[in-house]
Ligand binder design. Structure first.
Ligand code: HEC
Ligand code: HEC
Length: 212
């Protein structure tokens, strides 16, 4: 085929399209690369958004707000799983389902890592009622709370730290596991709370918020 015919043939456009489509492939590859390389940008997103989170959860991770849990020192893996559950609406709670909407898996992990680095909440500082503390400590042993949550109740991996958590939040969330309004990632807490009575929940929360 002579050149003129090639230029006029539809095949010519097919031919010139090749470089175009391969440059589009290069562009797509560059976009993928720039997303993959966007770790500093991602860290910045989380750094930019963390103050909003901490406006509710407490500036250094110690919540001063009723119903809002302290996050400081929380196990990173637990936090990642819970944020995922909020995003996927497996754990339903205002305002967290909206907060987690649209976050990428990398965002969830980055938030969790930043949160885990904040200092854990200190025990409530009012003088504890010794008899009530003793009664609740027996419940903690009996129900093996200190087995899964570790002896210091600092948690590990997917098991959250609970020591020093806000008492009101502890009551609310333990009731949630018991009446099945809070679904755990696994059944551990639903099973535990099946044998804990409603009347024991305030004592457990009292103890966990004050344990040293
Ligand atoms: C307007 C207040 C508010 C803001 C802002 C907020 N949260 Fe929350 N968050 C809450 C409340 C309330 C809960 C408890 C929900 C429940 O009752 O189970 C919660 C729960 C959580 C939990 C579960 C803690 C646990 O111990 O199970 C995590 C993790 C969390 N928030 C992370 C974040 C992150 C990350 C951000 C920012 C992207 C954020 N929150 C922004 C109010 C807030
Ligand atoms: C078999 C292991 C196991 C035992 C025993 C156990 N827990 Fe848990 N606990 C877990 C796991 C796992 C989670 C996270 C579940 C989820 O995804 O919501 C959890 C979550 C919690 C939470 C939620 C913390 C937060 O920040 O929202 C509280 C409070 C809690 N446990 C208290 C207790 C108490 C009190 C006991 C004893 C009466 C107890 N746990 C016994 C494994 C256990």
């Amino acid at each position: 085929m002579e050149r003129g015919a090639l230029r006029r043939s539809p095949h010519f456009f097919g031919f010139v399209m090749y470089p175009t489509s391969s440059s589009m492939r290069r562009l797509a590859a560059a976009l993928v690369l720039s997303c993959g390389a966007a770790v500093p940008g991602l860290a910045q997103t989380v750094t930019e958004r963390l103050p909003l989170c901490l406006s509710c959860h407490g500036e250094s991770g110690q919540s001063q707000n009723p119903g809002v849990p302290s996050l400081g020192g929380q196990q990173a893996f637990y936090v990642t799983v819970q944020l995922l559950m909020f995003r996927e609406r497996m754990r339903i709670a205002d305002p967290m389902n909206d907060m987690a909407k649209g976050l990428s898996d990398d965002d969830l992990r980055a938030f969790a890592e930043a949160i885990a680095k904040l200092p854990p909440p200190p025990p409530a500082d009012d003088p504890p009622d010794a008899a009530r503390m003793e009664r609740a400590r027996a419940l903690v042993d009996q129900n093996r709370c200190n087995f899964c949550h570790t002896p210091s109740l600092a948690g590990q991996d997917n098991v959250p730290g609970i020591a020093g958590q806000r008492e009101d939040y502890l009551v609310k969330t333990l009731r949630g596991y018991k009446d099945n309004s809070r679904h755990g990632y696994d059944d551990s807490m639903a099973e535990v709370m099946a044998t804990v009575t409603d009347a024991q929940i305030p004592d457990l929360a009292y103890y966990i918020a004050r344990v040293k």
